[in-house]
Design a binder for this molecule. Structure first.
Ligand SMILES: [Zn+2]
Length: 139
């Protein structure tokens, strides 16, 4: 299975058996699940080293960040309230713990959400919108 060019996306999709959610959670290639998707923490590789699938077209935009902000924001607020109410932690310790939670949790969740959005894009063949030329002979 090679390529990721627009013309062979359809045939690739039929041969793919990787769940986009499993590929996303494990942060692996959406086509073969045989290699990691990221170069470092959050940079998507240009192509899969295992199957050569072209990942340069992958563009989850800001979608993953929005999800992560909502989820981590709600969780950190809840965690802060619980820690303060039940353990009476000093505010400086709460700020330190929640800061660490937000930093580590955001990067971890961003990897998963970004990989899942990319896998879903490839599964559903999502592409940039294109205008269809209208026949203007009537004008
Ligand atoms: Zn691959």
């Amino acid at each position: 299975m090679t390529g990721g060019k627009p013309e062979d996306i359809g045939t690739d999709r039929q041969r793919r058996s990787v769940s986009p959610y499993r590929a996303g959670f494990n942060c692996v290639c959406p086509a073969c699940a045989g290699a990691p998707l990221f170069n470092n923490l959050l940079e998507v590789k240009a192509s899969c080293p295992a199957c050569g699938f072209d990942l340069s077209e992958a563009d989850p935009g800001d979608g993953a960040q929005v999800f992560v902000i909502f989820v981590i924001g709600a969780l950190s607020a809840l965690l802060g309230i619980l820690l303060y109410a039940f353990f009476g932690m000093p505010l400086w310790l709460l700020a330190l713990l929640l800061g660490l939670f937000v930093l580590v949790g955001s990067i971890w969740m961003l990897r998963i959400f970004k990989a899942t959005l990319i896998a879903l894009q490839f599964m559903h063949e999502a592409q940039e919108g294109r205008l269809v030329e209208k026949d203007r002979s009537d004008d």
